[in-house]
Structure formats: C-alpha cells, structure tokens
Design a protein around this ligand. Structure first.
Ligand SMILES: Cc1cc2nc3c(=O)[nH]c(=O)nc-3n(C[C@H](O)[C@H](O)[C@H](O)COP(=O)(O)O)c2cc1C
Length: 213
C-alpha cells in the first residue's frame, strides 16, 4: 500500500515536471530573443540570407546606370567638363561628332545655326533610350548651341527623360542657347543648365539638382 502510494506520488511528480519542461513559454522566449539578436546582427553585418538580393540591388544607386553625358567639343573645354560630370555622377560619356569636318569653321558654323541646319552626326553610345537623365554639353557658338546639338535633340526621343544642358564659352552664358531644348524636346524635363567653365561650380550645381549628394 505504502509502495503503491509512493509510486503514484512519483508518477504525479514526473507528469508535473514533464508538463512544465515542455511548456512553450521558455523556449519561445529564447527563440524570439535569438531571432532578435540575429536580426540585429544581420542589420549590422548585412548578412541576412533572405534580404541579400534586394540589399544588393538597392545599394547600387539608380543614377549610376541611368545617366548619359552626351557632349560635342571642338577644342576640348566641354570635353573636360563632361569628364568631370561623369566622374562625379558615375554616368556614361558619349561624344557627339560631326560626320563632315568643317572647311571654314567660323563661317560654316554660323551659317548652319542661322539656317537651322541639322548636320549629320555620330554619337558614341549604343542606346540613348536606356538612360533617364541625359546631360547635353556643347561650346557656345555665336551665342547658341552648335547645329550638331539640334541634330542630336531632334534625332532622339527624350519624352519622359530629364535633359541637363551644360556649356563652355569664352564669355557668354548658357541662357540664349537653351531655347532649342524646349523647341525640340517638348516632352522632356529640362533641368537648370550651367556654363561649366569653372570646375569648382560643377559639384554644387549637381548637388543642387539632386543628382548627387
Ligand atoms: C565658331 C566659334 C564661335 C564661338 N562663339 C562664341 C560666342 O558667341 N560666345 C562665347 O562666349 N564664346 C564663343 N566661342 C568660344 C567657345 O565657346 C569656347 O572657346 C568654348 O569653351 C570651346 O569649347 P570646346 O573646347 O569644347 O570646343 C566660339 C568659338 C568658336 C570656335
């Protein structure tokens, strides 16, 4: 009888202990806190296997692959400005060239601007449609953009894109040359342009446009 009572008590104690040990509360808490620790570690190290792919995608600024810097440069000044813009933005350079070389540069360049000519050009890029932001650089000629720039604007579809004009010049500002952008690209956004002779002004200008931080 005494033995049976002891057996029953032992059985009850065992049953109680088993219930307490297998209760979800303690193990749930530890797994929550460990998952919190994992999350904290992941956010510090960026090693989450679940979020690895999206993080890789978002860590690459969209602008890097979205920016084209197209320019025409006769004697190198605008090219230097274009290269500085490319270095600051990570954009891709594309040189615009006139297919036919000028004979009498001054006379021919002025005449084709006044006539609204569109001289044939080559552009050193595969596909302008891949880019959302297109810088367009040129020297000021006769207070205007060279006629090759009109060819470039007229030959491509800039609808929905942002065009960012820049120029270099001996003295004239960019303002009088800008009318062609609205005339030839009515469905593009034309950002505030700059006369980019002073290289110290280029970075603040890009920051002001929100293209770089
Ligand atoms: C045909 C021609 C016309 C020019 N007309 C002007 C002008 O009207 N106003 C001005 O400030 N500079 C004028 N310039 C000077 C250029 O705009 C300046 O030297 C520019 O920085 C040259 O850029 P590039 O080296 O990229 O060709 C002219 C230059 C040339 C060759």
């Amino acid at each position: 009888m005494k033995r049976t009572f002891l057996s029953v008590v032992l059985l009850l104690m065992f049953a109680l202990c088993f219930t307490a040990c297998s209760s979800g509360t303690p193990s749930d808490t530890s797994s929550l806190s460990s998952s919190k620790q994992e999350s904290a570690a992941e956010s510090e190290t960026g090693t989450s296997s679940v979020s690895e792919e999206p993080e890789e995608e978002s860590s690459e600024p969209a602008e890097e692959s979205n920016i084209l810097i197209a320019y025409f440069s006769h004697s190198g000044n605008t090219k230097a400005a274009a290269e500085q813009i490319a270095a600051l933005t990570g954009g891709t350079l594309a040189e615009i060239e006139r297919v036919e070389e000028y004979g009498d540069l001054e006379a021919e360049a002025e005449a084709e601007i006044l006539n609204g000519d569109r001289p044939e050009i080559t552009v050193d890029t595969d596909n302008i449609s891949d880019y959302d932001i297109v810088f367009v650089g040129y020297p000021i000629w006769w207070d205007e953009a060279p006629a090759m720039i009109s060819t470039f604007l007229a030959n491509n579809d800039f609808a929905g894109k942002t065009i960012v004009p820049f120029c270099t010049s001996a003295s004239d500002d960019i303002e009088n040359s800008l009318h062609i952008f609205n005339e030839l690209c009515p469905n593009a956004t034309i950002a505030e342009g700059i006369r980019a002779n002073n290289e110290a002004k280029i970075e603040p200008w890009l920051q002001g446009l929100g293209i770089i931080e």
